[in-house]
Write a protein that binds this ligand. Sequence first.
Ligand code: ACO
Length: 312
Amino acid sequence: MRGLRFVSIARYVPEKVVTNDDLSRIVDTNDEWIRTRTGIGERHFSEGETAVDLCVGAARLALERAGIAPEELAGCIVATCTPDHASPSNACLVQAALGLPENIPCYDISAGCTGFLYGLETVRGMLALEEKKKYALLIGCDQLSRVIDMTDRSTCVLFGDGAGAAVLTLEDRLWHADLGSRGNAEVLWLNGPGPETTYIHMDGPGVYRFAVDALPSCARTLLDKSGLTLDDIDWIVPHQANRRIIETAAKRLHAPLEKFYQNMERYGNTSAASVPIALDEMVEQGLLKRGQKVLAVAFGAGLTWGGALFEW
Ligand code: ACO
């Protein structure tokens, strides 16, 4: 099987931290409600930085850590539902900011919180078609503070800003993927980007029902495809929307909760950035080591889901 190897991983979050107590001074909410319903304690909100700035912060570090020259890149993809503009894409603006070569494709993909997982499969296809260049840059980034209604307590407490970036290469190695979509604009949607951008609309219980179904069934599909069992998997890295979703999904999958990495306590839901941010933290903390088996799985607007089973 031709699978991706993460040559490097990196994250960038804006400096400003907004705690649950900070939010309770803006809307009628409290730390206890937010923590028990979501597992979220604080999140980062941009101040004066654009979504492209977040992408560039993570991508610069990922390229440094990979130790490759920009000329070795076959392409740059940004997964986002909050690009700075409808056009040009964030990826083209990252290309300009980092001086990436001119003869490579740069584009954004939109799959909500599943974007990074969709991006991995897109990169796998890109590198399979490429003859000369060995690497691709994939960024998951969302700046949700820009599109949340700070008077709506049922959504404004959930989200944060951030970016995660990876330099990837294609090798003969373990790789299984599962992507899908249920074509639905009622449960979760966002207009824009541009001047017509409005706020995120969400049917919270609808998202919850979708997620606790999609997450375990995608994980099960990946295990079936690979012939592996849960015991063979070192880490499940889920999209960090909500602790209760992860707890219910773990029960449905009959998987121990300790296998699920969770960091929504410190970031909130960063949408397309949540999986790469989690991977970077896990490496930094020495939790994720080369050779370990990872099952990454996400769900989001679309309604989309996506998973990948691979060796770190
Ligand atoms: N603080 C205090 N009270 C609140 C808050 C808040 N921030 N938000 C809602 N409430 C109130 C409601 O007004 C309601 O009050 P009422 O009973 O007097 O009407 C009460 O709390 C219960 O509201 P529910 O919406 O029923 O709360 P629920 O237990 O369903 O939890 C939640 C809401 C956390 C949004 C839940 O539905 C959920 O986890 N949904 C998944 C949503 C999600 O994770 N979205 C992520 C974005 S999408 C993605 O990543 C794919």
